[in-house]
Design a protein around this ligand. Structure first.
Ligand SMILES: [Zn+2]
Length: 230
């Protein structure tokens, strides 16, 4: 079990946002954090100072260089992400939520369930390793599967074949659209054409009656795929 450090809901949201913004190892700027949480940069500065003074310290913060998580901060992020993704899996598999509904609900519930509730979820779901969007669920020790080599569909060239690995967005309307278009994890797509001016893709879905689809850059950017070698 990951040792519990009690954080407020807002602190949890910051730690999670910083985790997502620093996946490549580069510090996150105050501005990027403000944008990702839809808050004013001044409130970000205040919160970063608070997280840097927490016991144990959650972030390494230097005013003009940005912020990184400490190991305690990374573990806190893993704990929240584990809860989020277990809740999504439960809502989808047990409660009959649709695939695009689960994220918004999990954003709320991730802050309120107890460690016991989290443990029961993992057991009832038979220790799942992927959430309904195809994202890996961190284990009890805060370890998470490494990136599987997936790239955004918007980066795939015409003529390439790929399998959808995960669909990631905070925009529920966008998720709903993608879901209704049959673009779910596990589905294979062929990129037929790629407009070099605006990045619009024409794709064919295999094993689906949805036929060909035209996808703008925003949609293709939310879909992560594993490119198949012919
Ligand atoms: Zn989610």
């Amino acid at each position: 079990m990951i040792a519990e450090q009690i954080l407020t809901r807002s602190e949890e949201d910051y730690v999670k946002a910083i985790y997502n913004l620093t996946l490549e190892g580069e510090p996150a700027s105050t501005l990027r954090i403000a944008t990702s949480l839809s808050v004013a940069p001044a409130s970000v500065t205040n919160m970063l100072q608070k997280l840097a003074e927490a016991q144990p310290q959650l972030v390494l913060y230097q005013k003009h260089r940005g912020v990184l998580l400490t190991e305690a901060g990374r573990l806190a992020a893993m704990r929240i992400i584990r809860r989020h993704r277990l809740i999504e899996t439960f809502l989808y598999e047990v409660m009959g939520y649709s695939w695009e509904q689960v994220h918004a609900e999990a954003e709320v519930l991730e802050h309120v369930i107890s460690p016991y509730f989290e443990e029961r979820l993992a057991i009832i779901l038979s220790e799942p390793i992927l959430d309904p969007h195809g994202e890996p669920i961190p284990n009890r020790n805060g370890e998470i599967a490494a990136n599987d080599g997936a790239v955004q569909l918007s980066q795939v060239q015409a003529g390439q074949r790929a399998e959808i690995s995960r669909v990631i967005s905070n925009d529920q309307a966008l998720l709903a659209y993608i879901c209704q278009s049959g673009l779910q994890p596990g589905i294979a797509v062929n990129v037929l054409t790629r407009n070099p001016l605006d990045g619009t893709l024409q794709v064919a879905l295999n094993d689906s009656d949805q036929g060909n689809q035209v996808l703008g850059e925003k949609i293709a950017g939310a879909i992560w795929v594993l490119v198949k070698l012919h």
